[in-house]
Design a protein around this ligand. Sequence first.
Ligand code: NAD
Length: 471
Amino acid sequence: MRTITQIYIDGAFVSPHGEETADLFNPSTEEKIGTVRLGDRQDARAAIAAAKRAFPAFSKTSKAERIDMLKRLSAAVSARTEELTAAMAEEYGAPHYFTGFSVLHAASAFLNMAETLEGYDFTRQIGRAEVTMQPLGVVAAITPWNSNYGFICGKLATAIAAGSTIVIKPSEMSAIQTQLLTECLHAAGLPKGVFNIVNGRGDVVGAEFSVHPDIAKVTFTGSTAVGRQILKAGAETLKRVTLELGGKGPNIILADADLGQAIPTVLMMGLGNSGQACVAGTRILAPASRLTEILAGLKAGIEAVKTGDPKDPQVRVGPMVSQKQFDRVQSYIRLGREEGAEILAGGEGRPDGLERGWFIRPTIFTSVTNEMRIAREEIFGPVLVVIPYKDEEDAIRIANDTSYGLQAYVHSSDLDHSRKIADRLESGRVVINGAPHEPLAPFGGFKQSGIGREYGRFGLEAMLEPRAVLV
Ligand code: NAD
């Protein structure tokens, strides 16, 4: 049993003023594995004050000094890879293949930002104006539970590269992972107050960060509903915001796709991170002319997906993070039936042989129209829908007929053909034939998937403010 009693403010682990506690669970067994003591508004304000005190000196540090800090942070995270991986499997239930990627991704976020910073010029001449890119001030980061290390490290790396100080509120459901990660970050020996991490509830610590006048910017990853609240709360003090929100990605199989390659990729893009992924390609768009063979391939493919113990290297789908998330996904499977969709594979209840744990049967619905709620709302679990299309105009229309626009997928044996389709998709990213992640390219959403971009130069500039001096 783990008891987490401290938060991290001004370079030290301290007891919070808040006294509320929250229970922590192992989603694979449903057992309680710990408790975390949560910070309150007073703790949030103490963290902001520490970051504010640290800002004047930190904002004057040189590029070389900040690159050195980023490298130290990366090394400090890498040094405890095994423990970080184990904590993510235990507290979040992420399968082995995903924890391996996640810790590496988190550690490399600092190196990617160091590379961006290396090539970035903070000053430029525009006509008579000397333009310098200035750090914003104190930034607040609010992050979800589905990739705790990656979101904390990505946002922290960007703030440091920009010369801003930061206060971070991770998900209260990720406290064991956060504790370990904070120990790593502390070991990198940054000046005190540059980063501060406060466990706490969203409607308490997150809400305080969203209204406090000393916060210049909120960078948030989470649901569209909470993103909207943060935008409203920040309006009073005109905070800058980056919002990375939900998605309902179209996963388009073009008629010329090689199904032997496309079907496994379609499933991987739909079920990644056990379906608890904003970027998941959950709407499979299939040409009506090849529907029968596509459905047969999808059924065989998803029935071969192993669900279960995250430590088993064969497992591709782990449990949902919480009872609440399990219930929510189950309710969407029920809703799909009520809406008239048919189950091709999976369905309600737990997979065979798994009586404990918040496991879901990987599920595919057919006879789905894009008007159904299961096709429009983010389910955030291993539940996919197949929507047939008549021709490519129809595919593009259906793909774009959504309030989201985060990440789309195109599968085809012709790259030029895929690019032409990609060009017409209202989506922050389009992935062709399951191409790997590009960490220096911008990431973020069109429409209600968010505001702004993260990663690389675009991400760095989202934490800077230009000042033009006219001579
Ligand atoms: P959530 O929006 O419920 O919570 C995210 C964070 O916001 C948590 O730390 C939470 O405590 C905090 N929060 C809650 N209420 C708040 C409030 N009123 N004010 C300030 N902060 C508040 O999301 P979640 O359930 O933790 O994560 C799942 C959601 O995140 C999904 O919708 C998913 O699509 C989205 N997500 C988006 C991306 C992306 O990059 N676009 C990545 C991962 C997850």
